[in-house]
Design a binder for this molecule. Structure first.
Ligand SMILES: O=C[C@H](O)COP(=O)(O)O
Length: 326
């Protein structure tokens, strides 16, 4: 299918600094999405993904792009440390097998926790001298965002002070649903400032944004306001990451790249539970954005429960066939 057939278009503001202080409304004029085009593209992408033969490299990539998450009211230092242990050496129980080669060095990209649990993760990685697993914190009144901007910004600053290197912020869906695009741009810009050097992933909570057009506009605005990544969902909405919405967000990312030259990352999150799901998302990003996006600096999968299935699938495919001795 040709790109034009999808009819997801956009004309964001002029080239140059993507995070100027005001939103150029030209960006919102061209946000038409054809549901039929999206459906058609989805069918094609599913077909492409179902034809993948050698899944092992895809599974390893999925593991390396994982934001391994715990976001529960009963999280404690102990379960966060356990999460970090698993994140650092997910394949360690097979490390003594020769066929593992360098697989046992593989690690997830980051752990993702609530602000209050950031010090537990930071301390664990410090004690174990592990430097290449990021610590992401959710913030800004996660998951609803229904708090004053002032306190949401304080949460970001708190998480950064505690050592978070990545901040996953949620937007006010209310601003999207009431067409307050300037206010949305303003709050995301303020959040980015509060992050300082920490990478900011902006969660749109797509299941609560009402329409494809709103998701496309919110994606463009989040990118233009300085987000490093756009992320689908918190995992707490009734509808979380879906592939159709993934297509729309990737198209917005591509538009931003074509017009500003800036590469924005993409993070589907919420309800991703199996290796097959993970491969479908990787395949979507490969088809929509290209191989350049297939690395942890531009692609993450946010999930609390997919790791075990990815590990099982890797072992199943990496293990040599059993030798018959009789
Ligand atoms: O950001 C990650 C999500 O909160 C995880 O959602 P999940 O528990 O459905 O995997």
């Amino acid at each position: 299918m040709k790109d034009s057939e999808l009819k997801v278009s956009g004309q964001p503001q002029k080239e140059g600094n993507p995070a100027s202080s005001v939103l150029d409304h030209e960006v919102l004029k061209y946000s038409f999405v054809s549901p039929f085009g999206v459906k058609q593209r989805l069918r094609e992408l599913r077909l492409i993904s179902s034809h993948i033969k050698n899944e092992l490299p895809w599974l390893i990539l999925a593991l390396e792009c994982l934001d391994f998450t715990t976001l529960a009211g009963d999280d404690t230092p102990v379960n966060v440390r356990n999460l970090c242990r698993k994140a650092s050496h997910p394949l360690s129980s097979f490390a003594t097998h020769k066929w593992m080669n360098d697989l046992h060095w593989k690690r997830v990209a980051a752990v993702c926790v609530y602000p209050q649990r950031v010090p537990d993760a930071v301390q664990f990685f410090k004690e174990c001298s592990i430097k290449n697993v990021g610590v992401a914190s959710v913030a800004t009144g996660f998951p609803t965002g229904q708090y004053p901007l002032e306190s949401r910004l304080l949460e970001i600053k708190y998480a950064v002070e505690q050592g978070a290197t990545e901040i996953d912020v949620v937007i006010s869906r209310c601003l999207v649903l009431t067409d307050q695009w300037d206010a949305l741009y303003h709050e995301i810009s303020e959040m980015k400032k509060a992050c300082g050097d920490a990478h900011m992933k902006t969660i749109l909570a797509v299941g609560e944004c009402d329409s494809y057009e709103n998701i496309y506009k919110a994606s463009l605005i989040a990118a233009l306001a300085g987000s490093d990544f756009i992320k689908t969902s918190t995992g707490k909405e009734t509808v979380n990451a879906t592939l159709d919405v993934g297509i729309i967000m990737c198209r917005a990312i591509r538009t931003i790249y074509e017009v500003t030259g800036k590469k924005i990352g993409f993070k589907p999150a919420g309800g991703i539970k199996t290796s097959k799901d993970a491969i479908e998302w990787l395949s979507l990003v490969k088809c929509e954005l290209g191989d350049e996006w297939l690395n942890p600096s531009l692609f993450r999968i946010g999930a609390s429960s997919v790791l075990d299935d990815i590990v099982t699938s890797i072992i199943h495919r990496a293990r040599p066939p059993a030798v018959e001795i009789i």
